[in-house]
Design a protein around this ligand. Structure first.
Ligand code: XUL
Length: 533
């Protein structure tokens, strides 16, 4: 009899939908599907998968909606004849920072799921909080200041946990719940992240939080990989017990719950590999390697960096690396991404990307010393706003010629990315690749500027479903991680990214002094932003 093809499955509980991606042993995608929360589960009345509360700061998602979406997607897979019995391992991911509050006795319910009923009916009374706080919540400023004070300041917290205090980070969310509803907190048996909550639904037991997603809580010591006692105490009493110990991201947690074996026909030996956060999962899906940097050029620009020796700072985040425990990843977000580029395209390039490219072709690297900062909206990295142009003598000027403006924008955006990455300990190595994705990554001239500013080759990758795909990859790796095989060993079979631009050999010489000037002028721009008019 022919051997049946093994499958590995990744689930992504993201903000707006649940996605599933299955791959075969050659790492080729063989199945994908999704459940869209607003459209497919209208009874929860979410918009974009969330509820924004009256104060505009509190943002939550119904925990039962996530469970029902899993029921729905598994039923859909069953109805199209998906061969559950061939699945060797499952892993998954969830939007980072969100938290789930299991009621006392919920472990018992998870351990004894009756396969005749859907999960959302079996678990409907298992939560003390039905609306889970998620990453879009920004209601915890007071808790953030309290936590930073408890460890002696923002930089101390960053040095300990990888980030200064952020409103959406889970420790601060838990602290607010404890402060507002101590009785609800007292009834909580276990607190999960969205990722570990989702893993629990497959495992039929509480699943551990992994180091990588755990780094988005302001609670985990990223060096020792244990909870920081001072932070736990500053947030809520008895918190360590409610979180359980954190574990490596590639750990096999156990076999799938008998519930899924009976209800869907999974192999009882199918393994559940620890779930992680969506950004770490995307790093796996993009197959970042040591020294690589992924630049996503979208509405907001996001950078993922593979870092060996990070230096946590007041901007950006350091997380434990989801595919290699002894290293790290950094995340940097820029709000002024494609909307800013589109505005300059409209004003200086007749609204045409071709004209925009022409402007980049007809100006030279370094822009003859003209450089600019373009922040139509308050930027995250750095905290500054407005458009600031400087000529070669560092004098502020009100305008640039149109082509100079286009180049100043692109060089400025990419220099900022390199400078902030290096502040977090990132080092460009001879083997460094820049992996570009998102809207602007199809523009050759933009990629050339990116390549020149970083002095490294740029490759383009398709990142559709990178988080769920990354988890299907992590499921493959999880089964062999114990035998010493690295994630990149396992990924050798996957399709290689396409080379899109190589750095001009003169670029390094041109940009070295400009980068230094940009970094100094950035300080001026930040202090101007805080000057009273
Ligand atoms: C990262 C963050 C978001 C969420 C949702 O810190 O808040 O990217 O992970 O995708």
């Amino acid at each position: 009899m022919a051997r049946r093809a093994a499958k590995y499955v990744g689930f992504d509980f993201s903000t707006q939908q649940l996605k599933v991606t299955a791959i075969d042993e050659h790492l080729q995608v063989v199945f994908s599907d999704n459940v869209h929360f607003d459209k497919d589960l209208p009874e929860f009345r979410t918009q974009g998968g969330v509820h924004v509360h009256e104060d505009k700061l509190t943002v939550t998602s119904p925990v039962l909606m996530w469970i029902k979406s899993l029921d729905l997607i598994l039923e859909k897979m069953k109805s199209v004849g998906f061969s559950f019995q061939d699945v060797k391992a499952i892993s998954g991911t969830g939007q980072q920072h969100g938290s789930v509050y299991w009621k006392k006795g919920a472990k018992e319910s998870l351990n004894n799921l009756c396969s005749e009923f859907p999960l959302h009916l079996l678990l409907k009374s298992s939560f003390v909080i039905s609306d889970s706080p998620i990453w879009m919540d920004s209601s915890t400023t007071a808790e953030c200041r309290h936590l930073e004070d408890a460890v002696g300041g923002a930089q101390n917290l960053a040095s300990l946990t990888g980030s200064r205090a952020y409103e959406r980070f889970t420790g601060n969310q838990i602290a607010r719940i404890y402060k507002q509803k101590p009785e609800v907190y007292a009834q909580t048996e276990r607190i999960s992240l969205v990722s570990s909550f989702a893993a629990s639904l497959f495992l039929g037991d509480y699943a551990a939080i992994d180091y990588s997603d755990g780094s988005g809580m302001n609670l985990l010591k990223i060096w020792e990989k244990t909870w920081a006692e001072t932070c736990l105490q500053a947030c809520a009493p008895g918190l360590g017990e409610k979180l359980g110990p954190a574990v490596p991201s590639s750990l096999v947690l156990g076999s799938i719950s008998p519930y899924h074996v009976v209800r869907y026909g999974f192999d009882p030996d199918c393994k559940i590999v620890t779930f992680t956060g969506d950004n770490p999962a995307s790093l796996a899906g993009m197959r970042l390697q040591e020294g690589d940097i992924a630049v996503s050029l979208g509405t907001s620009d996001t950078l993922f960096l593979w870092i060996n020796e990070p230096t946590p700072a007041l901007e950006g985040h350091i997380f434990c690396n989801p595919v290699q425990t002894d290293t790290y990843m950094a995340l940097l977000c820029y709000k002024n991404g494609s909307l800013m580029r589109e505005r300059i395209r409209d004003e200086c390039a007749l609204g045409s990307w071709d004209e925009f490219s022409k402007a980049l072709r007809t100006t030279c690297a370094g822009n003859n010393g003209n450089l600019g900062f373009y922040f139509d909206v308050l930027e995250i990295t750095p905290q500054a706003v407005g458009v600031h142009r400087f000529n070669a003598e560092n004098q502020k000027v009100p305008h640039f010629p149109k082509e100079v403006e286009v180049r100043a924008l692109m060089e400025g955006q990419f220099m900022a990315k390199r400078i902030h990455a290096e502040r977090l300990g990132y080092k460009i190595m001879p083997r460094t690749r820049i992996l570009a994705t998102g809207g602007a990554s199809c523009n050759q001239e933009i990629l050339q500027v990116l390549s020149d500013v970083f002095g490294a080759p740029v490759y383009t990758i398709d990142t559709a479903n990178s988080a769920s795909l990354g988890c299907a990859y992590r499921a493959v790796h999880g089964l062999v991680a114990n035998s010493g095989l690295s994630f990149s060993d396992v990924m050798k079979l996957a399709r290689k990214p396409k080379l899109a631009a190589s750095p001009n050999p003169r670029a390094a010489q041109v940009y070295q002094p400009v980068l230094k000037r940009y970094s100094e002028l950035e300080r001026k721009v930040i202090s101007d932003a805080f000057e009273t008019p």
